[in-house]
Design a protein around this ligand. Structure first.
Ligand code: BGP
Length: 460
C-alpha cells in the first residue's frame, strides 16, 4: 500500500549547536557546561572525545547543507549556542558568532531548506552555571534577554523558533541521574530547575510576541508514552499516571495549556518541595503557551505499581512507580532503548484528544548504531537498511495518526549527519549522512537516498 502525507509536509532532520559546531582556535565562544565538564572529567566521555571538535560545522556547514539539499530536505533544525552568541551568557554579543549564524541560515535558505531554530539544547553558559544555572531565578531573565537578541538578529530569516529542546533532560540528567553537569541528586533542586525552565520558555514566548517577528514559536519535548504493566489494574494505572506527570506533563501541560499537572503539584506539596515562585509567574506561563509543538519520540516508558523498597536517602520520582521490563520488547542494543513504533501514534493521538490537537511535528526520531563502518559497501556508502526499516515503521504510524485527525505537520529525523552525543560522544551514529572523523568527508547513507525518494513521492 502506498501512503501519502499532506501537501507541504515538513521533511528534514535535526541537530544541535553543541553537538555539531565545534571550536576554532582562538574563537570567542564562551565556555558551556559541556566544555567545562570535559576539562575537569574527560574520562566520562566515550573514548575521551569532548565537545571541542564535534563535526566541525563551523567550517563544514556548506558540505552538510549540500548533502541535505541533495536528499531534498525542505526544513532543518539546529540550535544557536547561547555561549557562542553571548560568551558570558549576558552582556556582550560576539560579532563573529552573529556573522556565522547569518551565513549558516543564509546558506540553508539558498538551498531551499527552511531553518528551524532552537535556543537551548542542554548548553548552559558556564558563567551562569557558576551562579546556579537554572536553579537561579536570574537565569530566567538572562534567557529572556538572550531570546530577544536572537529574534532581533535573525527574525527576518527564521520563521520557526523553539525555546528549548527536551527541558526535562537537564532536570533528570543534571539533578537526578548524573549524566549531565552538575550531576547532583536532589529532587527539590530538580523541581526548581524544571520550574525555571518552564518559566523561561514562557518568558521567551512573551518576548517573541512583543517583537516585530512574524512566524511561530514552540518548544521541543521528548514525549515518552507511559504504559502500565497491566492496563486493567488500577494500581498500575495510577503508577503510569504519576510517571507521566513527572516526565511528560511537567512540561507538556505548562507549554500547551499554561498550567501544571495537579498530580505533580500534590506530590510536591506532600514532600514540601514546591518551587520558589513569584506572584506574576503563573500569569506569564498561562498567557504564553506555544504555537507549535515539536515531539521527539524514541521509546516508551513502561511502569507498574511500586513494590520495591523506596530509596532511603532522598525522595525520587521512582518512589511512585517501579519500572516494568516487558519481556517481549524489541530493543536497539547499542542505545539500550526499546523500539516501539506504535508509541509515536499513541503520542499524536494523545495530543489530538487531550491537548486541543495542537499543531505539532515529529522533531526527532531515530536510531543510533555503533560501528556503522562495518556496513560500508565497496563504493563507501553505508548500507543501513535497519534505519530505513525503523523510519518506515514509524512513518506508517505517523500517517495513521494523521488519517485519524492528528495535526502533525512534518517528520524530522535525528539526525541529519552523524554527530557528537554528550557522554556517548561518537559511540552511536544517527545520521542520514555519515562523517569520516579523520577526513571530515560527508557521505549520504543508503537511508538518505531512500528518504530522498520518500520526499519526492511525499510518501512511500
Ligand atoms: C535526544 C536529544 C539529542 C540526541 C538524541 C539521541 O534526547 O535531543 O540531543 O542526542 O536524543 O540521544 P543520544 O545522543 O543520547 O544517543
Amino acid at each position: 500500500m502506498t501512503i501519502h502525507f499532506p501537501e507541504g509536509f515538513w521533511w528534514g532532520a535535526a541537530a544541535s549547536g553543541p553537538q555539531t559546531e565545534g571550536r576554532l582556535t582562538n574563537d570567542n565562544k564562551g565556555t558551556s557546561i559541556w566544555d567545562h565538564w570535559y576539562t575537569t572529567n574527560p574520562e566520562k566521555f566515550f573514548q575521551g572525545q569532548g565537545p571541542g571538535q564535534t563535526t566541525q560545522v563551523l567550517t563544514h556547514f556548506q558540505e552538510d547543507l549540500r548533502c541535505m539539499e541533495e536528499i531534498g530536505f525542505n526544513s532543518f533544525r539546529t540550535s544557536i549556542q547561547w555561549s557562542r552568541l553571548i560568551p558570558k551568557g549576558r552582556g556582550k554579543v560576539d560579532p563573529e558568532a552573529v556573522a556565522f549564524y547569518h551565513q549558516y541560515f543564509d546558506e540553508m535558505l539558498a538551498r531551499g531548506i527552511e531553518p528551524f531554530v532552537n535556543l537551548y539544547h542542554f548548553d548552559m553558559p558556564m558563567t551562569l552555571q557558576n551562579e546556579g544555572g537554572w536553579l537561579n531565578r536570574e537565569t530566567v531573565t538572562a534567557f529572556g534577554d538572550y531570546a530577544k537578541i536572537c529574534f532581533d538578529l535573525f527574525g527576518d530569516k527564521v520563521k520557526h523558533w523553539f525555546t528549548q529542546n527536551e527541558p526535562i533532560v537537564p532536570v533528570e540528567m543534571g539533578y537526578l541521574y548524573q549524566q549531565h553537569y552538575p550531576a547532583v541528586v536532589d529532587l527539590s533542586m530538580a523541581v526548581q530547575v524544571g520550574y525555571h525552565e518552564a518559566l523561561a520558555s514562557a518568558l521567551a514566548i512573551q518576548k517573541f510576541r512583543q517583537s516585530a517577528c512574524d512566524g511561530q514559536i514552540g518548544i521541543i519535548l521528548n514525549l515518552t508514552p507511559t504504559y502500565p504493566k497491566d492496563p486493567q489494574d488500577p494500581a498500575d494505572q495510577q503508577a503510569a499516571v504519576l510517571a507521566d506527570a513527572f516526565f511528560n506533563r511537567s512540561f507538556l501541560d505548562p507549554a500547551v495549556k499554561g498550567t501544571f499537572p495537579k498530580e505533580l503539584v500534590a506530590i510536591l506539596d506532600d514532600l514540601g518541595i514546591r518551587p520558589v515562585t513569584e506572584a506574576a509567574d503563573l500569569t506569564v506561563i498561562r498567557d504564553n503557551t506555544v504555537d507549535l509543538l515539536g515531539v521527539n519520540y524514541y521509546q516508551p516508558r513502561r511502569v507498574q505499581q511500586k513494590r520495591s523498597p523506596k530509596q532511603e536517602q532522598q525522595p525520587m520520582p521512582e518512589d511512585y512507580f517501579d519500572y516494568y521490563d516487558w519481556p517481549d520488547k524489541k530493543i536497539n542494543p547499542y542505545r539500550g532503548w526499546e523500539i516501539y513504533e506504535k508509541g509515536i501514534y499513541d503520542t499524536l493521538i494523545n495530543l489530538r484528544d487531550n491537548y486541543g490537537n495542537i499543531p505539532c511535528f515529529i522533531s526527532e526520531n531515530g536510531m543510533g548504531v555503533e560501528d556503522e563502518g562495518r556496513f560500508k559497501n565497496a563504493s563507501g556508502m553505508i548500507e543501513d537498511d535497519y534505519r530505513i526499516q525503523f523510519v518506515k515503521d514509524h512513518l506508517r504510524y505517523v500517517h495513521q495518526a494523521i488519517e485519524e485527525g492528528a495535526h502533525c505537520l512534518g517528520y524530522h529525523m535525528w539526525a541529519a549527519t552523524d554527530n557528537w552525543s554528550w557522554l556517548n560522544a561518537f559511540k552511536n551514529r544517527y545520521g542520514f549522512i555519515s562523517i569520516d572523523l579523520e577526513t571530515q568527508e560527508r557521505t549520504i547513507k543508503q537511508s538518505g537516498y531512500w528518504f530522498k525518494e520518500v520526499i519526492q513521492e511525499n510518501g512511500f
